[in-house]
Ligand binder design. Structure first.
Ligand SMILES: Nc1nc2c(ncn2[C@@H]2O[C@H](COP(=O)(O)OP(=O)(O)OP(=O)(O)O)[C@@H](O)[C@H]2O)c(=O)[nH]1
Length: 166
């Protein structure tokens, strides 16, 4: 067992939260989603589809907006995911899609957040009877993104899946 694994296990025991549960907690709380992958990391692209299905499963009664965001579009020489693949997946899942580069154009980042907020507002206006989740569910602690990403990858890894099935 590596020291990283040890500290991760310790953290999970201390918080009593599994990686999947932590992702689930954030999914339950949110009313709109930006699913971001890096075009330089095929595995991050592969994480999007299961995450999308988890969102739809948790919110089966609501059609919360989901935008798929391909980041690092400027890194042409190390690209692992073509733009077409991102767009195709977004079309299949019925999501919006945008490819951006946070390092080259921060306006794109603002635009994508604004677009998501508009979509959430539109949905709320169309369903005025539905109580805002923020008023009925406490906001989860801001996640440590580095740790959350590691935990999410761990939750999706074949080893974990196999041991869950067995
Ligand atoms: N060239 C380029 N670099 C980026 C872009 N977005 C993030 N980075 C760089 O990628 C590195 C990791 O960024 P973080 O913000 O830590 O994101 P992360 O989720 O940890 O991403 P990864 O470590 O790349 O998996 C940093 O050095 C960023 O400057 C981008 O659009 N283009």
């Amino acid at each position: 067992m590596t020291s990283e694994t040890t500290s991760r296990t310790k953290l999970q025991v201390e918080e009593n939260v599994s990686p999947a549960a932590e992702v689930l907690r954030s999914v339950q709380w949110a009313e709109g989603f930006l699913l971001v992958y890096s075009v330089t990391d095929y595995m991050s692209y592969q994480c999007i589809r299961p995450l999308y299905h988890q969102i739809r499963k948790v919110h089966s009664d609501s059609k919360f907006p989901v935008i798929i965001v391909a980041n690092k579009g400027d890194l042409l020489h190390v690209r692992q995911v073509p733009s077409d693949a991102g767009l195709q997946m977004a079309n299949e899942l019925g999501c919006s899609f945008v490819e951006i580069s946070t390092s080259e154009n921060c306006q794109d980042v603002c635009d994508v957040f604004q677009h998501l907020c508009k979509e959430i507002t539109k949905l709320q206006a169309a369903n005025p009877g539905e109580k805002r989740r923020g008023s009925i569910m406490p906001r989860p602690k801001s996640p440590n993104m580095q740790d959350l990403k590691r935990r999410f990858k761990q939750a999706l890894s074949p080893k974990v899946k196999a041991s869950t099935v067995a």
